[in-house]
Design a protein around this ligand. Structure first.
Ligand SMILES: Cc1cc2nc3c(=O)[nH]c(=O)nc-3n(C[C@H](O)[C@H](O)[C@H](O)COP(=O)(O)OP(=O)(O)OC[C@H]3O[C@@H](n4cnc5c(N)ncnc54)[C@H](O)[C@@H]3O)c2cc1C
Length: 410
């Protein structure tokens, strides 16, 4: 790794004024800062981990499924160039009900080469953080977290940092993930639902190529997804009841490999299995996304079931909409932290978020259920759906992020 330039820590003595202070340099927070850079706005981003630590960390072995629309957006931010060589295009998505051998297949429409791409999560984080570090407009305060927030509507909000510095700003954006501190400090109340499920993540090497096919296999015990990665590797997302996933996670390696082989037999022999990581699954929804000058985006605003691999894509759509609102207001000289911008942002995100929550929640309830009465409904439902004219095309457009909101010009 080369030397890392530009550290704002130490160069500021007491306080500095900004238009937008983003808390959290994950992919969503970084995307917002980059979207606003070069638009005449003073932008800062605060990250609790150090840049060295984040750039050295390869521990997040999740494989992100980025939709076609997200990729178009990342091209506009000049982030995709670094990610494309590390990604694998999704040529097809195959869905089975687990109990049946029949498969429903989704392919990209003729005008598109792929439905999206799979890419290791740590690569996405590194690419975004590197762009933020390179950017001459964005001030990055790393290795510090927010310790206090003063959030009046009539004057600048004040963000106090653990380092003792203070940032005064027209708008504070919480992009600090699903346990958001900003959300709490602003008094925004999440509605939570515990799925009592966990996702087990691992990466496998196999002898044959996956042909760019992603599988979603719905078993009564929970969904099981395989995500094609570069070369002959695949990401695995195995979801089930928490106790069951804990047991699977602690299995001896050969036994675990044999179970995976049984569920994923289209890629020849599974030769290697990486470490295993589990994530507890929870649904989080906010009816109010802002208070005075503070607003939340990404996982700080919503956490959804990962069975459709859409949360980060949803977070990027928050960024597209919020940045568009901020830039338009700034261009006509409106105080961006005043109610109209944030009200408009909140309104624009409601339908998209609720639709994805209800789809993932509904699919999980229908398929992750051992009630024998639901078995014929599951099989019938999936295949009847595939026969409805236009239904597969509609679902494909959704999975690619092509329905509804369109990527703005940035
Ligand atoms: C098992 C699993 C699989 C998934 N698979 C997919 C998938 O295939 N596709 C997809 O689209 N999504 C997927 N997701 C969802 C995806 O991981 C999240 O949507 C995404 O990470 C959200 O990004 P974010 O930037 O909002 O938050 P985060 O990635 O959580 O980043 C938050 C950042 O804020 C920083 N921070 C936290 N607190 C503070 C603080 N107090 N002060 C300063 N900084 C702070 C953190 O260090 C971090 O850098 C999956 C999720 C799970 C659990």
């Amino acid at each position: 790794m080369g030397s890392i330039p530009k550290s704002t820590e130490g160069s500021i003595t007491t306080q500095k004024k900004y238009d937008v202070v983003v808390i959290g340099a994950g992919p969503v927070g970084a995307a917002l800062a980059l979207s606003l850079s070069g638009k005449g706005l003073r932008v800062a981003i605060v990250e609790k981990r150090s840049r060295h630590d984040l750039l050295a960390d390869r521990g997040d072995i999740r494989a992100y499924a980025l939709s076609h629309a997200t990729i178009e957006y990342l091209k506009g931010l000049n982030v995709w160039g670094a990610l494309e060589p590390l990604s694998e295009p999704i040529q097809k998505i195959g869905i089975t009900s687990g109990e049946s051998l029949k498969e429903v297949v989704f392919k990209p429409p003729a005008a598109h080469a792929a439905m999206g791409a799979i890419i290791p999560a740590y690569r996405v984080r590194h690419a975004f953080l590197s762009k933020v570090i390179e950017d001459s407009v964005i001030d990055l305060y790393d290795d510090v977290s927010i310790s206090n927030l003063d959030n009046p509507l009539e004057r600048y909000a004040k963000v106090s940092l653990s380092s003792g510095k203070r940032l005064d700003t027209l708008m504070v954006v919480g992009a600090d993930g699903r346990t958001s501190v900003v959300r709490n400090l602003a008094g925004l109340k999440p509605i939570n639902h515990d799925y009592n499920q966990k996702a087990l993540i691992t990466v496998v090497d196999h002898t044959e190529n996956h042909q760019g096919i992603a599988y979603e296999k719905f078993y009564a015990s929970g969904p099981f997804a395989t995500l094609p990665m570069p070369h002959t590797q695949s990401g695995i997302v195995w979801i089930g009841d928490s106790a069951e996933i804990d047991t699977i996670c602690s299995l001896e390696e050969n036994l675990f490999k044999a179970l995976l082989q049984d569920r994923y037999d289209s890629v020849g022999k599974i030769t290697n299995v990486s470490k295993r990581i589990t994530y507890p699954l929870q649904l989080t929804f906010l009816s109010q996304l802002y208070h005075n000058r503070v607003v939340v985006i990404g996982d700080a605003a919503h956490a959804i079931h990962p069975l459709a691999g859409q949360s980060l894509n949803l977070g990027f759509r928050d960024v597209m909409m919020l940045s568009e609102e901020i830039i338009s207001a700034h261009q006509v000289g409106i105080d961006i932290g005043q109610g109209t911008v944030l009200k408009q942002y909140q309104k624009s995100r409601r339908f998209d978020t609720l639709e994805l929550i209800s789809t993932t929640h509904g699919l999980n309830s229908l398929f992750s259920n051992s009630n024998p009465l639901l078995k014929p409904i599951r099989n019938l439902g999936l295949f009847a759906f595939a026969k409805v004219p236009g239904a597969a095309a509609y679902a494909t457009r959704h999975a690619m992020g092509l329905s509804g909101y369109q990527t703005p010009q940035i």
